[in-house]
Every structure is written in C-alpha cells, then in structure tokens.
Write a protein that binds this ligand. Structure first.
Ligand SMILES: [Zn+2]
Length: 260
C-alpha cells in the first residue's frame, strides 16, 4: 500500500491539499461574515419576503417609515421596554441629519432598511440612474452611521408603497433594478393609518385592531416622524394588544439570518 508511505513527496502533496482546503474554508467563512456588506443575496430571499404575509403563524413585524427623526428615540425606548425588535425604513437625507439615532437603532438590534434618499418621487423616477443612486446613497449613509463599510440593507420599501397606483409603470421598472442590485421590496398588510394625521392615540389603536383582524402574519406600517408622532403614543398599547392576541414580534433579521 504505497499510498500510506510518508515519503517527502507525499508529505508535500498532503501539505498542498491542506492549504487548498484551508483557502476554500477561509473564503466561505469570510463570505458569511461579509454577508451584510456585500450585494449578494440568495434568490429565495426575494421569494421569502414576498410570501411573508402568507405564513400561518401569528407573527408581527413592526415597521417604521420615514425616519429617523426626534420621535425615533421615544419609539426605541418603548421597543426596548417591551423587548420588541422592529424594522426601520429610513430616508437617506434624514440618516445624514441624525446618524446617531440610526446607530442606536442598529445597535439595539433593529433592522435598518432602505426607503430612498429623498422620498421624492419626481427625483426617484427621473431615470434608472437616479433610482439606483437614491438606493445606493442611502445604504452608504446607513453604513457610515452604523460603522459598517459597504452596508447593504437588502430590503427596500417604495415611497407610498408598491401597491399604490402612483407611478405604477416606473415602479415596475424599478423592481427590475432592485432585483439586479439583489434587493427585495416589501409593502405591508396592516396599518393604523397614522399618516392621515387626524387620529388620536386611542383611534390609532382601534385602527390597528380593525386592520389586523383575522390575519396571521402582520407587516405593520407605522411612521417615526414628528408630524405623525401619535404612533409613538399609541405604540405601547398597540404592542400590548398584539401580545394579548397571541402575536410574537420579529424583524427582518429573522429572514436574513435564515440565509446564513
Ligand atoms: Zn415613506
């Protein structure tokens, strides 16, 4: 059995094989470690995101749009007290204004997702370049705020939502651009209508009760902006209500973590 004889030649060959295996292992480990700061996202992720509300489990994904603002820290305090992790769809120009708030949200375990740089549809849909720039610039600013170079948020939400009839044709084109950049987009299936800006905290809670009725997995739209700050006043009661209805809370890390 010549093969088991440790000649110099065999030793060199074994060393060579070990080196190759180490290089392969090391590369795959660094791929995993760098997942958040690359543009790589396995294709089933987009599918998981679009099917999220079809799950039959009682899970609530709280999402806050249009921040960060001075209301965001109040929301973070409540989420912390309630031990709930949420997802924030941030606007790039406000990330620029309040990077420390985004950093705090990220460090407290909340998911930071992309909601364009300007939230201005006429700039966003001016051209393909403009759309791509709005997305990438926002992730760049998030990365700078949280100290993660090359941060890729992977999840995008259209201003006014994909489902709204505004800019329908442009949004369909934008979906292709998002998929080329390996982003998934998501709307919501439950809301308290805080953006209408006329409801008291107790009315917001009633709206949420109505909107969540007979639904299993909820993706809930709220806003963490100054002019819609009543959502922060209704938040504690809203979380307590959802808990009493048997919902557990998750953020989008639960989907991203499945990929690792
Ligand atoms: Zn928005």
């Amino acid at each position: 059995m010549q093969i088991f004889i440790f000649s110099k030649k065999n030793l060199f060959f074994s060393f060579f094989i070990i080196c190759i295996i180490s290089i392969i292992l090391f590369s795959s480990l660094s791929f995993a470690a760098n997942f958040y700061n690359t543009n790589i996202s396995p294709s089933n992720f987009t599918e998981d995101i679009s099917n999220i509300t079809k799950q039959k489990e009682k899970i609530a994904y709280l999402t806050f749009d249009d921040g960060p603002s001075l209301v965001t820290p109040k929301i973070l305090d409540i989420l912390g007290n309630e031990n709930v992790k949420a997802s924030f769809f941030v606007i790039g120009k406000y990330v620029e204004a309040h990077p420390e708030i985004v950093k705090r949200a990220y460090e407290e375990g909340h998911y930071i997702a992309n909601h364009t740089y300007s939230h201005n549809n006429s700039i966003l849909y001016k051209s393909s370049e403009s759309f791509v720039n709005e997305v990438k610039r926002t992730d760049l600013l998030i990365g700078e705020a949280i100290g993660v170079e090359g941060y890729c948020s992977l999840i995008f939400r259209f201003p006014n939502g994909f489902m709204s009839p505004k800019y329908k044709r442009q949004k369909k084109e934008a979906v292709n651009l998002l998929s080329q950049m390996n982003y998934a987009y998501i709307d919501w299936n439950c809301l308290n209508n805080d953006s209408v800006k006329k409801y008291s905290p107790s009315q917001l809670l009633d709206n949420l009760k109505q909107s969540s009725k007979n639904k299993d997995t909820l993706v809930i739209l709220m806003h963490d902006t100054k002019d819609v700050s009543n959502s922060s006043l209704a938040l504690e009661d809203s979380i307590e209500y959802l808990k009493s209805q048997g919902y557990s809370f998750r953020n989008f890390y639960s989907l991203v973590d499945d990929l690792k």
